[in-house]
Design a protein around this ligand. Structure first.
Ligand SMILES: Cc1ncc(C[n+]2csc(CCOP(=O)(O)OP(=O)(O)O)c2C)c(N)n1
Length: 318
């Protein structure tokens, strides 16, 4: 059972992600942020609930390019995340990665990957390192519905099963891969059934309810940790904004969007907290705090210097 204290922590995290993303969108509009930028608004319950089930001293996160939410859910400093969006030297990747390359070695947040599906074998490799060194960590690997039909996904699940790797593969099904409805390109509507092909556990989970996400992931992480069992979770969610900043999202109806907004993850938990006896004034204060942290992150990014031109030649690995 998730108690009120834990629910409060999850609520604050989701609020921070929401307010941070709204600030990032505003700053993108003002051209303070350039390049690709994929917002996570609507999907907050997935990263928050799942990552909240980890012990990041020994567990790991590997994500796709829609990664600001995962970075903040890992406990990364919002200032370092915002500065990375601004391309400033104080950013978590020294301003060289931008939106798709959030990374923090201390928080075990291993990115942020721009190539669709590329993070799946990377996460599998981290799982292999855990087994090889006889550690007791678990890897959460996040990817979208657009990545699940990649060969790398199927090869990774097969390998994870035969080597007994502690990897939880999480498909964040937000219904669309860019402008493509997942049902148009998928042989099955329920991705969790794919787990059966590799003899591992599969679950389909409501991703608009952070408590449901949190409790399911907690349970499955324990199995991965103690029994070295990989698994596949399809977490059903929805992105409120376009694929990226330039997408007017004309491929879906206004009604569909409004329907999901009525099941907003922050609103659902707000209701739960009020039922638990939390004061409305506390909820308001936490929202103000999330806004303040996002404002401060933007000011910090604004005031930070650009990388030196010589930085082009450092941190080059290939
Ligand atoms: C290998 C590869 N193919 C195509 C692209 C272009 N691309 C960028 S995002 C995207 C859609 C991915 O959708 P999904 O995995 O569902 O993630 P979401 O954007 O919904 O979070 C595509 C096709 C890419 N980055 N990498």
């Amino acid at each position: 059972m998730t108690d009120t204290k834990q629910k409060t922590a999850l609520y604050k995290r989701m609020l921070l992600i929401r307010r941070f993303e709204e600030k990032a969108a505003q700053m993108y509009g003002l051209r303070k942020i350039g390049g690709f930028c994929h917002l996570y608004i609507g999907q907050e319950a997935v990263a928050t609930g799942a990552i909240g089930a980890l012990d990041l001293k020994r567990d790991y996160i590997v994500a796709a390019y829609r990664d600001h939410g995962h970075a903040l859910a890992s406990g990364m400093d919002p200032k370092a995340v915002m500065a990375e969006l601004y391309g400033k030297v104080t950013g978590c990747s020294k301003g060289k990665g931008g939106s798709m390359h959030m990374f923090d070695i201390e928080k075990h947040m291993f990115g942020g990957n721009g190539i669709v599906g590329s993070q799946i074998p990377v996460a599998t490799g981290v799982g292999l390192k855990i087994r090889y060194r006889e550690e007791d960590g678990v890897v959460l690997c996040f990817f979208g519905d657009g990545a699940i039909h990649q060969g790398a996904f199927h090869e990774s699940l097969n390998l994870a099963k035969i080597y007994g790797l502690p990897v939880v593969y999480i498909c964040e099904n937000n219904q669309y891969g860019m402008g493509t409805d997942f049902r148009r390109v998928s042989a099955v509507d329920d991705f969790s059934v794919m787990a059966a092909s590799y003899g591992i556990e599969g679950r389909q989970i409501d991703g608009m309810d952070v408590i449901t996400v949190h409790e399911n992931v907690k349970e499955i992480v324990e199995k991965a940790r103690t029994e070295h069992l990989p698994s596949l979770l399809e977490i059903k969610t929805y992105r409120y904004k376009g694929h990226s900043m330039s997408d007017p999202a004309k491929y879906r109806t206004r009604e569909e969007l409004e329907d999901y907004k009525e099941r907003d993850p922050i609103l659902i938990l707000k209701k739960g907290l009020l039922e638990d006896g939390v004061q409305a004034s506390d909820l308001e204060a936490w929202d103000k705090e999330a806004k303040k942290l996002s404002e401060e992150a933007a000011s910090f990014a604004e005031e930070s210097p650009e990388p030196e031109i010589e930085a082009l030649y450092s941190d080059i690995l290939a």
